[in-house]
Design a protein around this ligand. Sequence first.
Ligand code: F6R
Length: 247
Amino acid sequence: MMIYQGKDYKDLSEKAAEIIAAEVFMKPDAVLGLATGSTPIGVYEELVKLYNMGRIDFSKVTSVNLDEYKGLSPENEQSYRYFMNHYLFDHVNIDKSRTYVPNGLEEDSQKACDEYNQLIESVGGIDLQVLGLGGNGHIGFNEPGDVFDKVTHCVKLTESTIEANARFFNSKEEVPTEAYSMGIQNIMSAKKILLIATGERKAEALYQALYGPISPKVPASILQLHNQLAVFADPEALSVIKEKGLL
Ligand code: F6R
């Protein structure tokens, strides 16, 4: 595991974007696993800057996103498809027909999930997966539980996740209660993983994820078993790890 201690959010976003650019430089047809949420916005902004400087070419890149709310259309501003278009895809030369997000409009959960698993397989798996971290240790929408969910599945969102995500909606009631999410096996099969965590709100979860027991109670703790994990975090997110003298 490599931990990059960013000076601040901008610094770690720049460094993480450079890693992604290097991946695409080395493998122009890379499959990038992408995340939404507040955390990677800075990385996407930096990627757009790098693209405008001619330092990254997305023309052969494929992307697969971690998750999507069930019931939201791509046009819904709160959908993760909309988010990706807004922050990244609309501003770079990626072929949108090769950008994939689970189909939120598919009502048949089994079908939506099976199709997504097949899709990930058909593109040859993920070369580099970007992850944010939930305050409760979730990755994707893999919430704390008794078992690690393996592949793409339909998730009933926990109260804490609904509350955390309510800030993006007009009210808590508008937050969908279900989502389609890649499972732990999909994520762990990625060749490289880039976990980004910022802010004090993530400090305990980051400590538990990287140094706590490996348990489905903290889904991100499974990442300790990945042999190509790079963590990009700011001083606030690293505060508990530092307090414990682990860094
Ligand atoms: C988003 C995702 C989630 C977020 C996590 C952190 O695609 O899968 O696991 O990464 O909820 O969210 P933020 O970055 O908003 O704190």
